[in-house]
Design a protein around this ligand. Sequence first.
Ligand code: NAP
Length: 241
Amino acid sequence: MKYALVTGGSRGIGRAVCIKLAAAGIPVVINYVSNDEAARQTKEEVERLGVKAELLKFDAAKPEDIERALNDWETVHPDDYVDVLVNNAGIRKDNLMIFMQNEEWSDVLQTTLNGFFYVTRRLLKNMMTRRHGRIVNMASLSGLNGMPGQTNYSAAKAALIGATKALAQEVAPRKITVNAVAPGFIESDMTKDLNEAELKKLVPVGRFGKCEEVAALVAFLASDEAAYITGEVIKISGGMG
Ligand code: NAP
């Protein structure tokens, strides 16, 4: 059976992606790092659609954690493989660069960029063998334009975009597509500390986006219909920048 793995699938955009992929009939492996209750809720919502859901807790910033969790999953699933990988896990640790601590820099890079590398490399072999796969990386407008106070986050997302474009060319002959989605301001826990009333004035559509709107784009990129789209970065930002 083919599965989708969504890193950071317990909350926000990742949860909406799990539900949207499940609505398309794809069984979902929901990764998360700490929030057991939120992950359980996502699992319940997927199961309510009559689709299989499994929780797979690991820290996307820790290669040994990823290796252990995916080895365990494969032991239980000898005939199954992950055909759709959504690298969505991400964190913000904003600070002006002059004040930025080493951990603020490295934590953000490790989660977004190293997480993408370790999880994707681990799952790529099976996709290559089966000659099919979909990889969608959650970038950001910050990775395209840069955002003051986010040198760490902008660097991680820009690097993710570069890796998307390079990997897309490596694996295209095996019918694996690799794309990035670059959201602007989306309503989620990650943006709840922002001044939405002020910031939405910067958005031509005049509001923050919804997680479900990002999920719809991810699900399209994961579908068979998107077979001829690869190496792209698609903005979903209400017309912003
Ligand atoms: P969110 O609501 O804060 O959710 C973050 C998710 O990532 C949670 O499921 C969390 O798991 C998981 N996560 C965090 N660190 C992890 C780690 N080390 N290993 C595994 N999972 C981890 O964030 P969101 O707004 O949905 O953002 C999702 C993605 O979209 C991120 O990559 C973010 O950078 C990107 N994005 C968001 C926006 C926006 O405006 N919201 C805009 C552009 C890009 P727990 O529940 O266990 O903590």
